[in-house]
Write a protein that binds this ligand. Structure first.
Ligand code: SF4
Length: 425
């Protein structure tokens, strides 16, 4: 067994993005769902600002605003609101999301969700406040809430269920690839529609495609007896090859996708040439940092630090095996990171919502990590998009910087005059 890399735990303050943000992709994925957040004006502003760019259709989410009077009520009254939502959107399922304020005043969400549920319309409680979770983990919580609605498959039903939310393009790619390799598919969790959740039982092989769905995978293993594959996550040619080879093994097939991987690397050679030798610093909060670091290293980049809010050692075991020699930090100390960024002068910083714009304003090439959660970067189809997300920031900075290849940093101190650079590249 390869040696495990050492993980440094700094117990820094939680600067993670709020869990409510996952609504942005989940309401689009589960097309007959509605997400109702019991929150405050702060939550409403966050969703409006973060997801505002996506409000080109009628968004199926809303914030039930808690006013002062609600703070003393033992249970907020949501029935009228639920009736309105039903009338206007006719959802098949409503997810009731908590937020900081109701959690602090201990609203009894489980009971509230039960009292609002009807036989034809379940209301499912999802804890998703900014108090406990990073934003991507709340997808895991939504998926856990869906488990009871996955039919129980008989033991002889040996098929794969892909775990994690991806859009139609990526889902089609996975279905096509599975078909090509002769791997039978039961479906995706989550499915596009609430009543189409896949059957899961002791014969089911769970293939996680998102690195932040550990709780759901674990529950399916424990409660349904399903087998969860341990592979790299399908990001980049190396991860995608390992993912499909391990999945095929679970079905008794030995396949070698070396040629496929080599062809995929060849297709992105222009990008990997640019990334070779680049020094990248992860200071973000997406829970995708480990697979992205592994991919960047395979591209020839040097990762100076890979920090992440939380590392599930078992779920990420295969990724950890590939990260020998990388400085891995859990719950990083943000101040220490800023000092290190100033001193090490990385070529690219993958940062969080708090730090991206200030870093960019200081002339650092910084990319907001949250974008990775919204982009189609999985599997063979996602390879170009994935690598382009790293190289685009570097290329754009070069184009905008009239000094060309001059170093961004001139001393160990951040330059004070900001260059003209788009806020999020
Ligand atoms: Fe802010 Fe908490 Fe509301 Fe999230 S849930 S927007 S962290 S107040």
């Amino acid at each position: 067994m390869p040696p495990k890399p050492q993980i440094i735990r700094e117990n820094g303050l939680n600067h993670s993005f709020c869990g409510l943000v996952s609504v942005g992709w989940l309401y689009q994925k589960i097309k007959d769902s509605f997400f109702l957040i019991l929150g405050t004006h702060t939550c409403a502003h966050l969703l409006q600002n973060t997801l505002g760019v996506m409000i080109f259709a009628r968004p199926r989410f809303a914030v039930a605003l808690m006013e002062e009077g609600d703070l003393s009520a033992s249970q907020p009254h949501l029935q009228e609101l639920i009736d309105e939502v039903c009338q206007e959107y006719t959802p098949s399922v409503i997810f009731l999301l908590s937020s900081c304020t109701p959690e602090v005043i201990k609203v009894e969400f489980e009971g509230l969700a039960r009292s609002l549920s009807r036989p034809d319309l379940p209301v499912l409680f999802v804890p998703a406040s900014g108090l406990d979770y990073t934003f991507s983990q709340s997808e895991d919580t939504v998926l856990q809430a869906l488990i009871p609605f996955c039919p129980v498959a008989p033991p002889e039903d040996k098929r794969v269920v892909f775990l994690g939310s991806v859009n139609e393009v990526i889902a089609d790619d996975f279905l096509t690839e599975a078909d090509r390799l002769g791997i039978p598919v039961a479906g995706f969790l989550p499915a596009d529609h609430f009543h189409d959740m896949p059957p899961i039982g002791p014969g089911t092989v769970i293939a996680p495609i998102q690195p932040f769905v550990a709780k759901t995978a674990n529950q399916l293993r424990n409660e349904r007896g399903a087998t969860v594959i341990s592979s790299l996550f399908p990001f980049g040619p190396d991860g995608t090859r390992d993912f499909w080879e391990k999945l095929a093994q679970a079905f008794g097939k030995e396949i070698d996708l070396a040629e496929r991987e080599a062809a995929a690397w060849e297709r992105i050679r222009e990008h990997t040439d640019l990334l070779k030798g680049k020094r990248v610093f992860f200071a973000t909060d997406i829970l995708m940092e480990l697979p992205l670091t592994r991919f960047l290293r395979a591209c020839g980049a040097e990762v100076l630090e890979c920090s992440t809010p939380y590392i599930n050692r078992r779920f990420l075991a295969r990724e950890l095996e590939k990260l020998e020699g990388v400085k891995l930090v859990e719950q990083a100390n943000f101040d220490r990171q800023l000092r290190d960024i100033a001193e090490l002068q990385p070529d690219l910083v993958i940062s969080n919502i708090l730090s991206t714009n200030p870093l960019v304003g200081k002339g650092v090439v910084a990319k907001w990590g949250t974008e990775f959660a919204f982009m189609t970067i999985h599997g063979w189809t996602g390879v170009n998009t994935l690598v382009g997300m790293f190289t685009r920031s570097i290329k754009r900075h070069r184009q905008l910087d009239p000094l060309g290849s001059d170093p961004v940093w001139t001393t160990g101190i951040m330059p004070s005059a900001p260059k003209v650079i788009p806020l999020v590249s």
